[in-house]
Design a protein. Structure first.
Length: 141
């Protein structure tokens, strides 16, 4: 609230990608919708990552870049996702929001297992983005 009344703001969440292994996301608020979308787009372009792709499924072994090279996990808020490589032709076995993200990343085949409150779209997409970022993290045993 303000002295002059309620101040309304619009929040925008934008995902950018080139469908060839580069993806970014941004979130911003603004007094108008167009301003919020522009700010979120600029934020997404500054937050780009390169997605490691490959054929990690033991059932396929074709060697093409249609899936992810190995199993990965990501977390945001209460949402935790596990992305697993799938053989060629399976498609994206994920929900609609995640499907848009993985298509922009250039991934054609993947399985996903999710835990937590996945109805929170922002945390779900952010967890998938974290899982894709974790493809470049090496964890020794």
């Amino acid at each position: 609230m303000h002295r002059s009344g309620r101040r309304f703001t619009t929040s925008a969440f934008v995902i950018v990608g080139n469908k060839n292994g580069v993806i970014g996301f941004g979130k911003a608020k603004g007094t108008e919708g167009g301003l919020a979308i522009q700010k979120a787009t600029d934020q997404a372009k500054l937050n780009l990552i390169k997605v490691k792709r490959g054929c990690g499924s033991w059932e396929c072994g074709c060697g093409e870049n249609h899936s992810i090279p190995f199993k990965t996990e990501g977390k945001s808020g209460s949402v935790r996702v596990v992305l697993m490589p799938a053989p060629k032709g399976v498609g994206l076995v994920v929900n609609d929001e995640v499907k848009k993200v993985l298509e922009l990343a250039g991934i054609k085949d993947v399985w996903m297992k999710s835990y937590g409150s996945t109805s929170t779209r922002y945390n779900l997409v952010k967890a998938v983005f974290d899982a894709l970022r974790n493809l470049h993290v090496y964890r020794g045993s």
